[in-house]
Design a protein around this ligand. Structure first.
Ligand code: T3D
Length: 265
């Protein structure tokens, strides 16, 4: 696993891989280098069997400030037409890898998560926030629409009406409020944030990884399809889960009244 990047910090503790976006001077706003490196890092994490849970977080006082707006300003000044949909492909491939990697991905949000950074957090499986977190669908403030998957994940997480409110008014949502409306799973005091994040990640990394991957597949499908299709897929995926060593270990541990020792297989 590559660990040296220009704009990311990578560390691994047991089965937990932490990817830290590291452009703190601009609140970890995305330039092309960071976006491409993030794609490389999540792809590598997806296929590395020693990684059983991924934490995505930001260096310094922020999670991320979305697209680096200085790049926009340069292009606007040049007068060249901006085909932004081509650039968005770079975000979309990160979103798709996070959604399809067969292991849990946690967004750990301290400070501000704005624009595309906010929406990358929404694409993760679970979100933990510090109580100083600020979630901001910043796009309408600069005359844009939510991208990087926000149009998909935001209404599914908070409901249609709230999603429209957050996207149109573009007002900040605090960590505690984000927990209340379902934008994050858990909000913790800042001084407990790192410990709580690691505890959650280590717990997931010691869990039945194959089952977690199948759960993601089932939920990914469910939010886009009908009952009949989901029930069919549920059967097919449970056929796979029931053959795993972790399933047998879980049943044995229950019957022997001891904690399960999951290997991820
Ligand atoms: O090309 C495509 O693919 C299109 C994709 C678009 C996706 C998007 O993400 S669009 C949305 C882009 N993001 C924004 O519009 C957010 C802009 N930033 C802000 O509104 C505020 O900075 C925050 C609300 C995020 C944080 O406010 P605050 O008061 O905590 O911090 P600050 O003082 O505004 O920012 C600190 C520094 O970071 C500052 O630099 P300085 O003055 O200390 O040298 C600021 O300019 C810089 N910074 C913050 N956000 C960005 C940024 N620099 C470049 N790009 C940014 N997005």
């Amino acid at each position: 696993m590559k660990t040296v990047y220009e704009t990311l910090l990578i560390s691994q503790d047991g089965g937990v891989l932490t990817i830290t976006m590291n452009r703190p001077d601009v609140l970890n706003a995305f330039n092309d280098v960071m976006l491409d490196e993030l794609y490389e890092a999540v792809e590598a994490a997806a296929s590395d069997e020693s990684v059983r849970c991924v934490v995505l977080t930001g260096a310094g006082r922020a999670f991320g400030a979305g697209q680096d707006l200085r790049g926009f300003a340069q292009v606007h000044a040049s007068g060249e037409p901006l085909k932004v949909s081509e650039h968005l492909h770079r975000y979309h491939r990160v979103v798709k890898t996070i959604r399809t990697m067969p292991k849990p991905v946690i967004a750990a949000v301290r400070g501000v998560a704005a624009g595309a950074s906010c929406n990358l957090a929404l694409a993760c499986d679970l979100r933990i926030a510090a109580d100083n977190a600020r979630f901001l669908e910043a796009f309408a403030r600069i005359g844009l629409i939510p991208d990087a998957g926000g149009g998909f994940f935001l209404p599914r997480l908070v409901g249609f009406g709230k999603a429209l409110e957050l996207a149109m008014l573009a007002e900040e949502v605090s960590g505690p409020e984000a927990e209340r409306i379902g934008l994050v799973n858990k909000c913790v005091p800042l001084d407990q944030f790192e410990q709580a994040t690691q505890a959650l990640a280590q717990r997931l990394a010691k869990g039945p990884t194959r089952a977690y991957g199948l759960i993601k597949e089932l939920m990914n499908s469910s939010i886009q399809s009908d009952l009949e299709t989901t029930l069919r897929l549920e059967g097919a995926l449970q056929d796979i889960a029931i053959e795993t060593a972790d399933h047998r270990e879980g049943v044995a541990a229950f019957l022997q009244k001891r904690p399960a020792n999951y290997t991820g297989h």
